[in-house]
Design a protein around this ligand. Structure first.
Ligand SMILES: OCN(O)CCCc1ccccc1
Ligand code: NI
Length: 184
């Protein structure tokens, strides 16, 4: 079971590396890691389990955040009614298309690897197409918009050594293109 003590925090160089591609079939260790990462997300979104184990809620988790510099991330994204709209293990994900139109979460972003709040709009693309391999190595395509798209961009950033606050305008953190979608 992954706990908060297992999550690497900002300042650790692993969070700034470009992670290595994963090879298929996944070895036993990496297959188990994928399961454990998804298990963290499930546990963290269960109020009782999260409380009992003091887990910060997460809708995504990338392998570098638990010290493994490989291109694998788990996403578990609910809609505003709590229904899961995306549950996947993204291996070797590549964003192949991205909208010109920007988007940002109205309340900004956080990160399990960043303990302090960093206010501001995290400017991302509203729509993206992702090519990736699932846990079995099957090649998949995802076309996403709004919140699921933002979450996947956050996770894919982790695999390339980026953190959410890299996308906040330091001087004008709440400035954003008037055409941007502000996602509630
Ligand atoms: O990398 C995952 N993680 O740090 C958990 C938070 C994920 C996340 C939070 C806000 C917007 C997009 C994604
Ligand atoms: Ni994060």
């Amino acid at each position: 079971m992954i706990l908060m003590k297992d999550i690497v925090r900002d300042g650790d160089p692993v969070l700034r590396k470009v992670a290595a591609p994963v090879a298929f079939p996944l070895n036993k260790e990496d297959h188990q890691l994928a399961k454990d990462m998804m298990g963290y997300l499930i546990n963290s979104q269960d109020p009782e389990i999260a409380q009992k184990h003091q887990l910060r809620a997460g809708v995504g988790l990338a392998a570098p955040q638990v010290g493994r510099s490989i291109k694998m991330a788990a996403v578990l994204v609910p809609d505003n009614d709590g229904n899961i709209v995306l549950q996947e293990i993204l291996c070797n994900p590549v964003i192949t298309r991205e909208s010109v139109r920007p988007a940002a979460l109205a309340e900004g972003e956080g990160c399990l690897s960043v303990d302090e709040d960093v206010p501001g709009y995290v400017v991302r693309h509203d729509r993206i197409t992702i090519r990736y391999q699932d846990i079995n190595g099957d090649k998949k395509i995802l076309r996403l918009k709004d919140y699921p798209a933002i979450v996947c961009q956050h996770e894919i950033d982790h695999l390339n050594g980026h953190l959410f606050y890299d996308h906040i305008d330091k001087k004008h953190p709440f400035n954003i293109d008037p055409d941007a979608v502000i996602v509630k």
